[in-house]
Ligand binder design. Structure first.
Ligand code: PMP
Length: 438
């Protein structure tokens, strides 16, 4: 059985060899499409999907085939030489931005993508004569757990105990438009958006360390509870950034590559960031990420300003990236994400009517959040109940994530390949899991 192959007879023993593992049982051993199977042979619908990694599902035959073929051809290109796979994938990603962003730097993960994007924006600030290196970011935003990305992350709980590792000079966090729990006390979506826009203006006026060189943000805040901003937010923030020569970096590590029903989520609002970061879905399950910048900004990096051993040399990851984009195109997964997302949201709204502890249902395409509360009026976050629901759903054969600023949001980011029949089936299982919970 899998245990023998892995030299680990029991989970109890295996845990002695891992640093601070937060994983749980059962032990998953294989996956296909939307399903995964544990070592006892039980199957589950994986609505977490990585999270956000498995745009093309578990082990899509085209992705697997591309990986196998490339593994037999060349795994790592000698670093000094051009790679057709890298150049070709960069061109295809640029096409997904309609050419608005042009040049790509490939890395291994989301945190590295954000780290590199900020480094590039710093260099651009230097060459363009900015009088400051300040960084605007959003409270509740998540940008990774390496030192700089953790400093950009607007979740204090993740920084506790790490001293200067989790801070970086000049980072200022502003309040995002989180309408369900609007910190500005707004009554309407539009007002919430306008107040959050004003918060950006105020930060630039009153809190800039010298000048802000850049703003980094998730267009839709994913990990911290799928916070979809009102439509008036991003167009105005992008305008403010432009007026103040602040480079906008869109962190699309979670919501990019078609997940929200557009190639990149920022495209819902017609804005054009200077840099867009991506990871997760592009590798189809292999570690691959990157950032794509406008031609002008990208040229701030001179040769050898930035490098990484894998990145554009990791031929297997890049081959997987091509296969992922092939599948997204051939199976029209961007359109599918929009349609499947609407179907799921509609179903969840129906469930919300039956279960008063579901306070809010929100999402765009196939990134969906359900906020679990003590009661609808008070909206008090119910993190413990969210965990109970997660456990009960597992018993019913459904895997979801739990996230959010208060740890009370049921979070889903399934494969974009999910069919209507699978959605209908999983919704029935979901109803059962909710009914068991409260
Ligand atoms: N940015 C966002 C928006 C993310 O959701 C994540 C991962 N959840 C990261 C960055 C970090 O990516 P990684 O775990 O690959 O470093």
């Amino acid at each position: 059985m899998a245990g023998d192959v892995d030299h680990c007879p029991s989970v109890q023993e295996g845990l002695n060899y891992l640093v601070a593992s937060h994983k749980t049982t059962p032990v998953m051993v294989r996956g296909k499409g939307i399903e995964v199977e544990d070592e006892e042979g039980r199957k589950y619908f994986d609505l977490d999907g990585g999270p956000g990694v498995l745009a093309t599902g578990h082990c899509h035959p085209k992705v697997v085939g591309a990986i196998q073929k490339q593994a037999e051809t060349m795994m790592q290109a000698p670093g000094r030489f051009h790679s057709r796979l890298a150049m070709g994938l960069a061109k295809r990603i640029s096409e997904l931005t309609n050419g608005k962003q042009r040049r790509v730097f490939f890395v291994n993960s989301g945190a590295e993508a954000n780290d590199g994007a900020v480094k590039l924006a710093m260099k651009f600030a230097t060459v363009s004569g900015k009088r400051g290196y300040g960084i605007l970011a959003l409270e509740h935003g998540f940008h990774g757990r390496l030192s700089l990305p953790l400093a950009l992350t607007g979740l204090p709980g993740l920084k506790r105990g790490f001293g200067p590792y989790a801070s970086f000079p000049g980072v200022v966090h502003v309040t995002p438009p989180y309408f369900y729990r609007c910190r500005f006390g707004s009554r309407t979506l539009e007002e919430c958006g306008a107040r959050a826009v004003q918060a950006v203006r105020d930060a630039i006026r009153f809190r800039a360390p010298g000048e802000f060189a850049m703003m980094i943000a998730e267009p839709i805040i994913g990990n911290s509870g799928v916070i979809v901003p009102p439509d008036n937010y991003w167009p105005q923030v992008a305008e403010i950034c432009l007026e103040n020569k602040i480079l906008l970096i869109a962190d699309e590590v979670f919501v990019g590559m078609g997940r929200t029903g557009r190639a990149f989520a920022h495209q819902h609002w017609g804005i054009s960031p200077s840099i867009v970061t991506f990871a997760k879905a592009i590798g189809g399950g292999l570690p691959l990420g990157g950032f794509i910048a406008t031609d002008e900004v990208a040229k701030a990096f001179e040769s050898n300003d930035h490098n990484t051993t894998f990145g554009s040399n990791n031929q297997v990851g890049l081959a997987a990236g091509h296969a992922v984009l092939d599948v997204i195109e051939e199976e029209k997964l961007i359109e599918r994400a929009a349609g499947a997302g609407d179907r799921m949201l509609e179903n969840f709204r129906r469930l919300q009517a039956q279960f008063p502890y579901i306070g809010d249902v929100r999402g765009k395409g196939l990134v969906i959040g359900l906020e679990v509360v003590r009661d609808r009026e008070g909206k008090e976050p119910a993190a413990n109940l969210a965990k109970v629901v997660q456990d009960n759903l597992l018993k019913c054969g459904v895997i979801i994530g739990v996230g959010g600023v208060f740890g009370n949001v049921l979070r889903m980011s399934p494969a974009l390949t999910i069919s209507d029949a699978e959605i209908d089936h999983v919704m029935e299982l979901f109803r059962r899991g909710l009914a068991m919970s409260g």
